[in-house]
Structures are given as structure tokens and as C-alpha cells.
Write a protein that binds this ligand. Structure first.
Ligand code: BES
Ligand code: MN
Length: 454
């Protein structure tokens, strides 16, 4: 073990250089013109797994972007850990807000800056490098390890569910280790035990058959943008409650115990607001910020377009308006049921003067991980050792829809060993990842394998 830790330290410069190579590949899964880059990124991951000493490294074709799989099964009578992560990244727009180009990683202020630095390349690379350090020094791992790194997480993992169902045996494991979430605060070792679900909708309102002069026609027909704005406004009441019928029907209320645990976490609304440069926070009445973020469902408009949006002014009464809206869900809400309720309700409140199309784009179930498993306990001991501090247990506001399917299909607990920070600008310009977290993440992974083998 001592050699392994020394190896991590001695090779930290090279590790960061290799992470930079990983980050130079623009593996944007949603954009067709990047398909080749995504495929190259899969090859990159496979080559790093091979160099680390993993066996049976495979690139598995799917209907979409490929999966990368690898295993090392030499720890007889020891548990098996499946490491899941994703090598695809989000688009980079708006490009002009990046201080340095998104696919030219730089190190500044102890952080690495690039698209994917946190989400998820930096976080999954940690586990590849942990395995490398163990295999180069001990020639073996304390547990059996499988890797499954996918290329379609950011588009809702459309092909992974099927793969899980048909490959239960191949993926058989005792715990699924995932670093794709956040530390509670810088340097605070954290295990997450909850993720919110998601229901993503698109609403289109159609008015007149063509764009019209707003002088010749304004006042005589419905303006789809005006009507869409009214419709969106009706989806929440003055207390921040979503008004869709039955929206809260299956929401599991927070227990007193969990509320108390949230309260014990050191969190300041003031600091939170200040960092975001807002004068005041806002959310559902009767709940604290952490409760709103982790344990309450929400509705947000993600984008709205229609009419004239270029520079200057153009007097036009647009023919169409569209909004993309998403709802974050909590146990036991179901994305399909919520999509139905949403569709029924928005159709019922849209005026007769416009046509309405409602589409469900994608969704995912919320997830709770039981805290009693050996895997979670081992993970908490591991992160405490790596960071030299007591581990905290938190829930997350974000979603990783495939996690529930892992737990159900493989009957193994998920270990959400978050290493990012909510301030790392994931999905946003100037994404970054702390090099200290990268380093401590590698140690956490090594210690986890050791602790879990006991
Ligand atoms: N890494 C995130 C999930 C996440 C976000 C965890 C914030 C913790 C905090 C993941 O890559 C992601 O972006 N998930 C999407 C899911 C969607 C594309 C189905 C999300 O949460 O929007
Ligand atoms: Mn993401």
C-alpha cells in the first residue's frame, strides 16, 4: 500500500497530463458532427484501461455511441465493484463566455479548466488511475473490478437500459461505484445517497399560419409568445408550488430525522446567494434551501424561443413559440405519470386561439440508496481516510437516471462518491475541477477497494 500511495504522488504530474489529453477530445454526444470524436474518446478510455492493467478491455457498439467495458477478476472470494461513469460531455455554447477554449485544458488556481473536467472525465479518470497505481505496485487489486464507461449519459442513456437487461451476468457485482456528483463543500468528504429524477417536456404553441406585421395584426389574433408566457406563469403559484394536478401525490415527505440531518450540515443561504450574485433566494415556501434542492420536486423552464431574437428591433407577431421545461422529481414520483399530468394540464389551460403540441423528451426515476450496506460504510471510511475528515451524507439535486436501473437490475447498492463541486460550472461555460479533488479522489478509490475487501 505504501508503494501504491508513493506511486500516486510521484506520477501525479503525468496523471494530470493524461487527463488533459482526455479533455482535448470534444466528445459531445448530442451533436451529430461530433460522432467521430465520441468514438475516438471511447478508444482513448479503452487504451487507458488497458495501460492500467485491466483485462478484457472492450469497446461495445450500441445503436448510438459505444460503451467501454473492462474487468480484472483476479481477487478470488472477494467482492466485485462495478465502476460506472461517462466519457461524453455537454455542448459548449455559448462559446464566447469561455475564458479559455473548452477543449484546450489549462491549469489555473489549482483547477483544471475544460468541458468535461468535472462532468465526468475528471471524476471517472480518478478510478482508472487508482486501479493503475494498485496494479503497477501490488500486481493485484483488493477486490474484483469491472468498468463500464458510457458515451450517452448526457443524452439520457438511451441504449444502456437494454444493455443492462441483457448483460446482467457480465455486469454482476456487489456495488456500483460512481463519481458523478458533488462534495458538500470543498474538502469535505461526501457520500451522496439520493438523486432527483427528471421529466423533460417541450411545449409548442402555434398561432397564425405565418409571422405577421405586429401593427397590421397585433390585437386581432393570439400571440403565441404572450400565451406561452401566461401558460408558464400558471404552472407555479405564489408559494412556489407546482400547480399541475396530482404533481405532489406520490412525493414522500421528509422525515423529522432527515430534516434534522440536513440542518446539521453547515450551510449558509447568505453565502449561497452571494456566490450566485442574487439578492435573495427563492423557492417553495416552508422548506429550507437544502430541502428544496434535494428532497422537493421543481419545475423550470430551460429555454424559450420564438419570434425575433436577433440584435435590434423587428415588429413581428410570431407564428410559433416553444418552451423546453423540466421537472426534477423526488421519490416516489414517476416521470411517465408526471409527463401525462403535465400534458393534460397544459392542454387544459391553453386558450382556443392557439394550437398546442406537447412532447415528452426524456426522463428518469429518482433514486435513494439505503445507507446500511457494507459498500456505503466502506466508502465512508475510505473518503474519511483520503480527506482526513469525517464524511458527510448528502442528497443531490441532479439526476443520473441509470442509477436506479443499476440497483434494480444488478441488485447491488450504488456508491455515489461525489468529487465535484456545485460551483464547478458543469453544463456551463468555464467548467473546471479541483486538482486537490482529483488527487483525493484517487486515494478515496484506492482506499475504497481496500476497505470493501475486508
Ligand atoms: N453529473 C450529472 C449529474 C449531477 C448534476 C449530479 C449535478 C450532481 C449534481 C450528470 O452528468 C447530468 O448532467 N445528468 C443530467 C441527466 C439528464 C441528461 C438525463 C441532469 O441532471 O440534468
Ligand atoms: Mn452532466
Amino acid at each position: 500500500m505504501r508503494n501504491t500511495l508513493k506511486y500516486v504522488k510521484d506520477n501525479s504530474g503525468r496523471y494530470v497530463e493524461e487527463l488533459k489529453d482526455y479533455l482535448r477530445i470534444p466528445s459531445i454526444s448530442t451533436t451529430k458532427s461530433h460522432t467521430k470524436d465520441v468514438a475516438n474518446c471511447a478508444k482513448f478510455v479503452a487504451s487507458k484501461l488497458k495501460n492500467a492493467g485491466m483485462k478484457k478491455v472492450e469497446i461495445i457498439k450500441t445503436k448510438g455511441h459505444p460503451l467501454v467495458y473492462a474487468e480484472w477478476m483476479g481477487a478470488e472470494n472477494k467482492p466485485t465493484v462495478l465502476v460506472y461513469g461517462h466519457y461524453d460531455v455537454q455542448p459548449v455554447d455559448p462559446l464566447k463566455l469561455w475564458k479559455t477554449p473548452p477543449f484546450e485544458p489549462v491549469i489555473k488556481s489549482g483547477k483544471i479548466w475544460a468541458r468535461g473536467a468535472n462532468d465526468n472525465k475528471g471524476q471517472n479518470f480518478v478510478h482508472i488511475k487508482a486501479v493503475e497505481a494498485l496494479l503497477k505496485n501490488d500486481k493485484k487489486l483488493p477486490v474484483n473490478v469491472k468498468f463500464l464507461i458510457e458515451g450517452e449519459e448526457e443524452i439520457g442513456s438511451p441504449n444502456l437500459s437494454q444493455f443492462l437487461k441483457t448483460n446482467r451476468n457480465k455486469l454482476k457485482c456487489d456495488a456500483v461505484l460512481i463519481s458523478d456528483t458533488s462534495l458538500f463543500a470543498p474538502n469535505v468528504p461526501t457520500i451522496n445517497y439520493g438523486l432527483r429524477g427528471l421529466c423533460y417536456m417541450e411545449v409548442e404553441l402555434i398561432g397564425p399560419n405565418r409571422d405577421l406585421h405586429s401593427g397590421s395584426f397585433g390585437g386581432s389574433v393570439a400571440n403565441p409568445i404572450n400565451e406561452l408566457a401566461k401558460l408558464i406563469a400558471k404552472l407555479q403559484d405564489k408559494n412556489g408550488k407546482v400547480t399541475i394536478p396530482n404533481f405532489y401525490k406520490n412525493v414522500v415527505p421528509l422525515t423529522k430525522k432527515e430534516r434534522d440531518n440536513f440542518k446539521k450540515l453547515e450551510f449558509s443561504d447568505e453565502k449561497f446567494a452571494k456566490e450566485l450574485k442574487v439578492n435573495q433566494l427563492q423557492g417553495e415556501k416552508g422548506f429550507s434551501t437544502l430541502e428544496r434542492l434535494w428532497a422537493r420536486p421543481t419545475l423550470d423552464c430551460n429555454g424559450i424561443y420564438g419570434g425575433f431574437t436577433e440584435e435590434g428591433a423587428k415588429t413581428v407577431l410570431p407564428s410559433k413559440a416553444t418552451a423546453k421545461m423540466s421537472m426534477r422529481l423526488v421519490p416516489n414520483q414517476n416521470p411517465q405519470t408526471i409527463a401525462k399530468e403535465f400534458t393534460k394540464y397544459v392542454k387544459s389551460i391553453a386558450p382556443k386561439s392557439v394550437k398546442i403540441n406537447v412532447k415528452a423528451l426524456h426522463g428518469g426515476l429518482p433514486c435513494m440508496v439505503p445507507l446500511e450496506s457494507d459498500a456505503i460504510k466502506a466508502a465512508a471510511r475510505a473518503t474519511t481516510r483520503a480527506f482526513g475528515k469525517e464524511t458527510v451524507f448528502t442528497r443531490e439535486g441532479g439526476s443520473i437516471p441509470i442509477v436506479v436501473e443499476f440497483m434494480n437490475q444488478l441488485n447491488a447498492p450504488a456508491v455515489l462518491m461525489g468529487l465535484g463541486l456545485d460551483t464547478d460550472n458543469i453544463h456551463s461555460p468555464n467548467e473546471h475541477f479541483s486538482l486537490a479533488s482529483f488527487q483525493k479522489g484517487i486515494l478515496s478509490s484506492i482506499y475504497f477497494m481496500e476497505e470493501f475487501s475486508k
